[in-house]
Design a protein around this ligand. Structure first.
Ligand code: FAD
Length: 318
């Protein structure tokens, strides 16, 4: 599985393949499965359709590991346009961002500056809104090389009273300690298993250990103490076993269904997403938009070969 994942990550990072895929029409249907639109307007329209089904969205502008100032500006501008557009459409305010798309590859001070601009934009428009779900600039967690700085960025935003949230990857050995710190301050935390091919020195790499680490993290996030502190957990997983487990721990520790949410990727297990909504769970979808769809989409294939079926089907229909 790690070899498969590494290969897909290599395909995602290859500029030649990315340019070819973006130019070719062959794989367009594949991208539309996982991508909510080419621009902010289309993404907001998709988010409105989802809202009609009781599903919230977190908008994410496609583009990662960006090493040009021009592209960083473009990424930030796209989100600065999307935030008021979401508010104008009456949608709950939530955008996700990778530090490497808003400047961290060039310098962390540039990344910080941009994160502040985005978080302030969320705070500004959220003030007038009445949606009960917490508004947030959600920091995605990328490879372990940027883990500490991303967490530090989260704490700096919170110290300035800005609506920030952060993603924690349960597969990292350090994550239980990080979660305890975050639980103590009543954080909005998205818990995921982790999507990078990290070394066994710092991460659980075997499936059974990855699942056990996710459950251990659920125990911390859904403890009674975390509830009393005002923690708002988001479970970023498509794994029904993990969701069932969290639901059980949550219920045992007095969490109501509106005190936490389940997050999934747009296009992955849509039937299951809707069943969860019918059962009264809060569901939010990570909704990417923009033109740079190849790296994001091929990473999804890296996470589970099941998603390869979409590629093959879309190629057959192209
Ligand atoms: P897996 O471990 O892939 O699968 C477990 C089981 O779930 C499968 O055996 C199957 O029974 C079921 N299942 C899973 N997918 C499917 C499917 N397509 N169809 C049918 N059954 C399926 N990772 C990061 O490293 N950093 C981030 O910031 C980050 N943000 C994320 C945000 C969101 C909202 C989500 C949903 C994921 C995010 N991830 C992130 C990715 C995450 O770390 C995992 O790599 C990814 O979600 C795959 O793991 P999983 O828990 O969904 O299930």
């Amino acid at each position: 599985m790690r070899l498969w994942q590494r290969t897909m990550i290599r395909l995602a990072r290859s500029r030649t393949i990315t340019d070819f895929m973006h130019a070719s029409r062959l794989m367009r249907p594949f991208s539309s499965r996982f991508v909510g639109g080419g621009d902010a307007g289309q993404a907001v329209a998709t988010a409105q359709e989802l809202a009609g089904e009781g599903i919230a969205a977190s908008l994410f502008y496609l583009g990662e590991y960006v090493d040009s100032e021009k592209l960083v500006r473009e990424n930030v501008d796209a989100l600065l346009k999307a935030i008021p557009a979401m508010a104008a459409a009456g949608l709950p305010l939530h955008v996700s961002v990778d530090p490497t798309q808003i400047g961290s590859v060039l310098s962390w001070s540039l990344c910080r500056e941009n994160a502040f601009r985005l978080a302030r934009a969320v705070a500004e428009v959220a003030r007038g809104g009445s949606h009960p779900a917490r508004p947030a600039l959600m920091l995605d967690m990328e490879d372990a090389g940027v883990n500490r700085e991303t967490l530090q960025l989260y704490f700096t935003l919170r110290e300035n009273d800005l609506p920030a949230a952060v993603t924690i990857q349960s597969y990292l050995h350090r994550s239980l300690d990080d979660l305890r710190d975050l639980a103590a301050e009543g954080a909005f935390v998205r818990l995921v298993k982790g999507a990078f091919a990290e070394s066994p020195a710092i991460a659980h790499t075997v499936r059974s250990a990855r699942n056990a680490s996710f459950k251990a993290a659920v125990d911390v996030l859904f403890s009674q103490r975390a509830r009393e502190r005002g923690v708002y957990p988001a479970l970023g997983t498509h794994d029904h076993r993990m969701i069932d487990y969290a639901g059980m721990v949550a219920q045992a520790n007095g969490w109501r269904r509106q005190d936490w949410e389940i997050e999934m990727l747009y296009g992955v297990r849509p039937g299951y997403q809707r069943r969860l909504v019918q059962q009264g769970f809060r569901v939010r979808l990570y909704l990417p938009f923009g033109r740079s769809w190849w790296p994001y989409s091929i990473r999804r294939v890296g996470e589970t070969p099941r998603n390869l079926a979409f590629v093959l089907r879309s190629m057959a229909g192209a």
